[in-house]
Ligand binder design. Sequence first.
Ligand SMILES: [Mg+2]
Length: 311
Amino acid sequence: MDNIELNQYPNDTKGKIVIVDDQPLNIKILHQIFSEEYELFMATNGEQAIAICQKVLPDLVLLDIEMPGMSGFDVCQHLKADPETAGIGIIFVTGHFDEVQEVKGFQLGAVDFIHKPINPIITAARVKNQFTLKRQSDLLHSIALLDSLTGVANRRHLDQRLPELWKQCCRSKLPLSIVMLDVDFFKRFNDRYGHQEGDHCLRLVAQTINSVLRRPMDYIARYGGEEFICILPETPLSGALQMAQRIVDAVRALHIEHLDSCFKEITISAGIASVQPTSDVTWFSLIETADQQLYHAKENGRNQVFGLEVS
Ligand SMILES: [Mg+2]
């Protein structure tokens, strides 16, 4: 659980709102309503609003429509066109009710409208509703990325995370290692001890791998049935070999009885692929290599680590 980003709001983190209005008086009124509960940022024109949004990535923008120069609609269009800012909720604030304008606002991706003169209770309620919806959707999103059995990231999360980590590693030009791990003779374990014991075993193994990975940037996901994958940024093959050996030792040290294994207890095998991201390699081929190394570790007797530097 430690190294999955849950995108939730920890209780001590305030939601962020950008207030955009060309009239300082309106900003002042909105500021009074929200300053206690939220972290606020102010802008008096469209360009400023976009710059602030790109910088602080707020949860919500209260966006005046009628402004000299860039209108609120222009700002909205701009934010929605940029993938980085497209997810920010936009509530338009407008001086007069106009159905055509509201339709246009919703079509541009706004989540709500507030009318001036600003009624503090209605405005606060609308903003609170948006935050509740966003929290729920973020929570659902994070649950969808967790493996429910072991509590580590699932395959879907890995598919999103791996290309990001790969990009970071190419930028930093530091080595990256991928470790594929597979519990030895796990089918036999399930057959003898039952699926409940099997699930329990997988949970323990996941926790054990997680406890060996101590750096915040190290990443673990459940790859499939009894297979796990670790991504170790800034780690060359030598470091990854050490880390994987520690995992193999730690799993053995659990002393989970497995009478149908030649070791008589649960063990794990590891295959590593390491790379200097300057070379012409894709992360896809890295996984393939780690998989082949895992196969060699299995062929060679299991409960051990094999690794290869990809170039
Ligand atoms: Mg205005």
